[in-house]
Write a protein that binds this ligand. Sequence first.
Ligand SMILES: Cc1ncc(COP(=O)(O)O)c(C=O)c1O
Length: 449
Amino acid sequence: MPDLKNDFDCAATMRTGRYWMPFTANRYVNAQGEARVLTAARGAYYTMGDGHKVFDSLSGLWCTPLGHGNPRIAQALYDQATSLDFAPSFQLANPGAVRLAERIANMAPAGLEHVFFANSGSEAVDTALKIAIGFHKLRDEGGRFRLIGRERGYHGVGLGGMSVGGIVPNRKMFATVMVPGVDHIRHPYDHARMAFSRGQPQCGAEMADDLERLVALHDASTIAAVIVEPVQGSTGVLVPPVGYLQRLREICTQYGILLIFDEVITGFGRMGENFAAQRFGVRPDMITFAKAITNGIVPMGGVIVTPEIYNTFMTGPESAIEFAHGYTYSGHPLAAAVAHVVLDIMEEDNLLSKVRALEPVLEEAIHSLRDLPHVHDLRNIGLTAAIELKPREGKPGARGLEVFERGVQHGLLLRVTGDTISFGPPFISTPEQLRDMGANLHRIIATVA
Ligand SMILES: Cc1ncc(COP(=O)(O)O)c(C=O)c1O
């Protein structure tokens, strides 16, 4: 037995496979040992197992926009843990969660006013899907059972989120447990017309009309909701064409279909507004959020809904539970305490304007790579961007992996999926850090075969 307290050898224990990592090539990563271990984090940098620092180009997993090691957040955690560390959320409230719901409702687009807390993006999504089903049932439209997602969408790994998701490797093993009746509209990306767009592509709004196809196929009376990420994050930052989300909204309104924006990545500032819904000027019926609300420090997620949805549930005997759904840790006092400090810091440090100011810097850094070999597309919006590399002949993902490994060696932690690199740097990044990142990427990509 290894001595786990004194002489713990992380790399050696990784090789035993004891720790089964999520969304990971476990055998490959375990063999890399310390080259794949993060041991500390401060500001916009992580420290790797061998002690060298890497720029955190995706804010953790899109979730730490304020950077790492903020003493105010640590203090808030300590204070909350020593005053009210846990409070049951069934039939009982706690002040932090109540005030947070009020605060989030005030930040959300007008008309989204009630907040249901969960603990992750996946839970937020499954909660929203259940709310959609319940809403129609309570209005005697229980025939509306279909949920519509989108190709290349990512909505987490719950059975609901996986079913409406559209990333093939996440789905193919689980075909037998998909939620019945789910269908997908096409994704809004057309490389031939959109490659190298800066911000929103000018063409492609008509791709939203694909929802009409599903309405014609299934009949609107069977469709409960459509869920989309306003900007498709996990598949590599697919930006909605100008007018696309508006068109989706119109079709949903026309047929009485609820529109859910999954803002787990875009919520709380990444688009330079509180929510992407505000940036794109489209109001959905529900917004799911997670990640940035607590700067990734304590898990939290949630759903914001309209009064129409909330009030539909608030019927029946007053002493009866209206929505038989919730999590032990919904509205957790520690998460709420951290969320309040995160929102305080975002306000005090004017981080939304900072994101807006950094957007053209990131855009320039990414699009400066255009003439490099193997660059197939470059995309950006808000403080997100993606580089799509051409796959090596017969070896998809090999070029991306090499870029990842060189990145770590050269001080850059990259989020690579296949041959696509996604970026969501911290809001506290300086323009110089983003420019350095661009220059570093230039060197790395130029030398990758
Ligand atoms: C849009 C979206 N929805 C849901 C999720 C799932 O969130 P979690 O991993 O917290 O369950 C993610 C995670 O990246 C996401 O990007």
